[in-house]
Design a protein around this ligand. Structure first.
Ligand SMILES: Cc1cc2nc3c(=O)[nH]c(=O)nc-3n(C[C@H](O)[C@H](O)[C@H](O)COP(=O)(O)OP(=O)(O)OC[C@H]3O[C@@H](n4cnc5c(N)ncnc54)[C@H](O)[C@@H]3O)c2cc1C
Length: 454
């Protein structure tokens, strides 16, 4: 029987970067992915309830944005990437800070082909001065004039598709193999010296709970965190900048990141954790986005003369004991895996943050549009409990009683690592993927060191 050095579960960006670094170290590593390879680079959300059904703890509907395909959620992402500031690590109780992560951030930025931060547009510089807030140039993963996806990574060609990891077999302090199912029900058992789970916080937790780790580590599944968003579309009757248009190699990246607020407008520090940041994307010609112009009821001629700027706030929903992932006791999918149950409790601190996010977005819109005025159209709000798209937590790392150590290694066994946002002790105030990748690089170092020692 073949024994791999390692099996990596999940071919999203985290699993792929980990696979590349482990194979660079000369290891024999299998990368398995539950979904198929997308032919056109796009991937619809999973529609097969036989394989991807879940339950809600309170029975309420949830808009869960997920992708099961080689490339993971990068097949539908915006590619905006910024490092977490030191305050996120301190307030969230992370086992390390921004300095420890800096070299891994730099390596992940190169891997993602991230753009350099350019110069701020004059109207953003003016707005920053007027408000006394710091605006930084927006950065993102862009390649060949489009948004980078994990299909651009070398590992994309290596992923074994349609392989759904179900559970790990454990003997004492070692996992010996992983049970893998195909959508047609075929089952195989794959042996390896080490295992890494990069299937995203819900699926990674489902595999760990399905393997019985919940009994020895009751913290697994707890502290499910996510982001809330709210914002506005600012439509102004003035020309879009000349660099705009389909030929722009980095659409939307002429915007700015404004971080990080706790009670803008001089309000006392608010009771919510961390804070939030605001991404300003654009401005672009409205006529380049006909669907938006139509939705706003702006006729094509007027759209030619108008430009649009997105002002979007993002912050972590409040920590709550009731937010967690468990396994259903009586319902399973077509392959016999118990369904994950998502518990999405929320409290009044979220409303306060949404209030502050709104007023900060409005202040920025006013400062940008200045004398020209402009029309504001609210963007759809994603409130806690109603949506899930940046899920994190459930297997937090570092510290007493947490599931993983500071390298993402699971506490109760010696050869299982968690390489996705499950390990985040907090969700942070901005997009998560750059931090997921920096963590995956730490996992690669820990795993290869451990395998080298036998
Ligand atoms: C609409 C949207 C826009 C976003 N925009 C941004 C952005 O601009 N910037 C940013 O930083 N982040 C963004 N994100 C978040 C970003 O996509 C994720 O942070 C990132 O993809 C996480 O990478 P990952 O590899 O950990 O997980 P994923 O990308 O989710 O990949 C996990 C993979 O594991 C596979 N898998 C799951 N279960 C199993 C199993 N049992 N066996 C085998 N494989 C399995 C899945 O099919 C999937 O392919 C966005 C997310 C959404 C939904």
């Amino acid at each position: 029987m073949k024994i791999f050095d390692a099996v990596v579960v999940g071919a999203g960006p985290g699993g792929m970067l980990l696979w590349e670094r482990l194979t660079d170290a000369g290891l024999d590593v299998l990368l398995i992915e539950a979904g198929a390879r997308s032919r056109d680079g796009a991937a619809p959300p999973p529609s097969d309830p036989g394989l991807w059904a879940y339950e809600m703890g309170d029975g309420h509907p949830l808009a869960w944005r997920r992708v099961h395909a080689v490339g993971g959620r990068t097949l539908g992402w915006g590619g905006f990437c910024h490092r977490f500031p030191q305050s996120v690590f301190e307030e969230g109780g992370w086992p390390y800070g921004a300095r420890t992560l800096a070299p891994h951030y730099a390596e992940a930025e190169r891997w993602l082909h991230m753009t350099r931060g350019g110069r701020l547009r004059p109207e953003f510089r003016d707005a920053a001065r007027r408000l006394g807030w710091r605006f930084a140039p927006l950065r993102g993963a862009r390649v060949h004039g489009r948004i980078w996806t994990a299909l651009d990574a070398r590992a994309a060609g290596a992923a074994m598709e349609n392989r759904i990891a179900a559970s790990l077999d454990v003997a004492g302090r070692r996992a010996t193999g992983i049970r893998v199912l195909q959508p047609n029900g075929r089952s195989e058992w794959i042996a390896a010296r080490a295992f890494a789970l990069a299937a995203g916080p819900i699926e990674t937790t489902r595999i760990l709970l399905g393997s019985g780790f919940g009994e020895t580590m009751p913290s697994i599944g707890r502290n499910l965190v996510d982001h809330m968003t709210t914002g506005y579309l600012l439509v102004e009757e003035r020309p879009a900048p000349p660099s705009d248009g389909a030929s722009n190699p980095a659409p939307f990246l002429q915007g700015a990141l404004v971080s990080r607020f706790t009670g803008p407008g001089g309000a006392d520090r608010r009771p919510y954790r961390g804070g939030f940041s605001i991404e300003i994307t654009g401005p672009r010609r409205l006529s380049e986005m006909p669907a938006i112009a139509e939705a706003l009821g702006i006729p094509p001629l007027e759209a030619m003369r108008s430009r649009v700027t997105f002002i979007n706030a993002m912050g972590e929903s409040a920590r709550h004991e009731g937010r967690r992932v468990t396994l259903s006791k009586d319902r399973a999918d077509d392959l016999g895996r118990p369904l994950p149950v998502l518990h999405m409790a929320a409290d009044s601190r979220n409303a306060l943050m949404l209030e502050d996010m709104n007023s900060a977005c409005l202040a920025i819109a006013e400062a940008i549009s200045g004398k020209t005025g402009g029309e504001l159209h609210p963007l759809q709000e994603t409130s806690p409990g109603a949506a899930l798209f940046h899920e994190s937590g459930t297997c937090a790392m570092g510290g007493e009683g947490r599931a993983c150590d500071a390298w993402g290694r699971l506490g109760s066994v010696d050869n299982v690592w968690v390489a996705d946002a499950s390990v985040f002790p907090s969700g942070g105030d901005r997009h998560p993927t750059l931090t997921v990748l920096a963590h995956a690089l730490r996992v690669a170092r820990s795993m290869s060191g451990s395998l080298a020692q036998g």
